[in-house]
Ligand binder design. Structure first.
Ligand SMILES: Nc1ncnc2c1ncn2[C@@H]1O[C@H](COP(=O)(O)OP(=O)(O)OP(=O)(O)O)[C@@H](O)[C@H]1O
Ligand SMILES: [Mg+2]
Length: 318
């Protein structure tokens, strides 16, 4: 009776030690991994500052991002919303996505952010497939968006909206939040600082403590962009940011989009305001019924017969 118990005890303790070692290994591996990544990022940042002379790297990501749709199709029952669509966002460019109502532009955003799944084809970000990934995972990877119909946390203040987005870059978990540890408080203060920087960048910092739903429409649009920037994205997807804006507001928006691009963030812009699109985009993709009908710079797009027929139309005097 004693011997089997001893054998069992020995195996059990060996199992316990092995599990414990695995847990410790896992802890150190993940911690080292995080430290190594942090040290690597700091080194890259220091070198970048040294060679470019750029001192303020707030929100800056070095442009290496490449977001790619490869033969993507999306079906809703019998409706083919996107049909074998391919194009690339990256290289520091502002890419415009245009097309008539129902062409599939918002569907592209939803596929890129994991809201919809492609029926066929692939979506890759820096070579890694995004297929099957949840929206919050894609967001953490550095793809942020705004919505065609504004979707703020309407009962939260402007700064709280931006802080929520910034949380994806935080390291402290639920335990720290419950115990309110010193390091958690420090991180929370840092999140607040970064969120305020994003509000400042979009010129809405004076409304930091205003509840989002109380802001006028134009400022809500700006806050939505600020919220996306607070997450330090590599790619920013803007779905009709100029919708409902007056000419003065949309020309201000054009300057903002250029400034965002100068931060090193790649931009995909969906917009019906052709002045904004032609004014800021380096490259434009035109879709119609989910099919790419043209791709090129603003001059090529404006003179493309297919684009003119499907979307732009002829000038009134012709
Ligand atoms: N969840 C869905 N279920 C069914 N059909 C959908 C869904 N989402 C989009 N569609 C359809 O897919 C097509 C493309 O829609 P999408 O919203 O992408 O167009 P869009 O180019 O963004 O148009 P707009 O310029 O009006 O915003 C439309 O025919 C639309 O009705
Ligand atoms: Mg749309």
């Amino acid at each position: 009776m004693v011997r089997p118990f001893k054998i069992f005890y020995r195996f059990a303790s060996l199992g316990f030690v092995a599990t414990r070692m695995q847990a410790v290994d896992f802890f150190w591996l993940t911690t080292y991994n995080r430290w190594a990544t942090e040290i690597y990022n700091q080194a890259i940042e220091a070198l970048f500052k040294l060679f470019t002379g750029v001192k303020n790297l707030t929100g800056l990501m070095i442009c290496m991002a490449q977001l790619e749709l490869k033969n993507v199709s999306v079906k809703f029952g019998g409706l083919l919303a996107l049909s074998s669509l391919s194009f690339t966002i990256g290289g520091g460019k502002i890419v415009g996505l245009i097309g008539p109502n129902g062409a599939g532009k918002t569907t592209v955003f939803n596929v890129l952010t994991g809201v919809y799944q492609a029926s066929e084809g692939n979506v890759t970000f820096n070579g890694e497939t995004l297929l099957g990934k949840r929206p919050y995972v894609i967001f953490e990877k550095g793809i942020a968006r705004t919505f065609q119909n504004i979707r703020l946390f309407s009962a939260m203040t402007a700064i709280e909206n931006a802080m929520v987005a910034r949380h994806c870059r935080s390291k402290k978990g639920i335990v720290g939040a419950i115990l309110r540890t010193g390091s958690q408080k420090k991180e929370e203060a840092y999140i607040q600082e970064k969120a305020l920087e994003a509000l400042k960048f979009m010129g809405v910092d004076q409304y930091a403590d205003t509840v989002a739903s109380n802001l006028p429409y134009g400022l809500q649009r700006r806050l939505e962009i600020a919220r996306a920037i607070a997450s330090e994205p590599q790619v920013l997807l803007l779905d009709e940011p100029a919708a409902g804006m007056n000419p003065a507001e949309s020309s201000e928006l054009m300057k903002d989009i250029t400034r965002i691009s100068q931060l090193g963030i790649d931009v995909l812009l969906v917009e019906h305001d052709m002045k904004v699109v032609m004014g800021v985009c380096d490259h434009i993709v035109c879709v119609d019924h989910g099919v790419k009908i043209a791709e090129g710079d603003s001059h090529e797009i404006q003179n493309n017969p297919k684009v003119i027929e499907a979307y732009l139309g002829q000038p009134a005097n012709q």
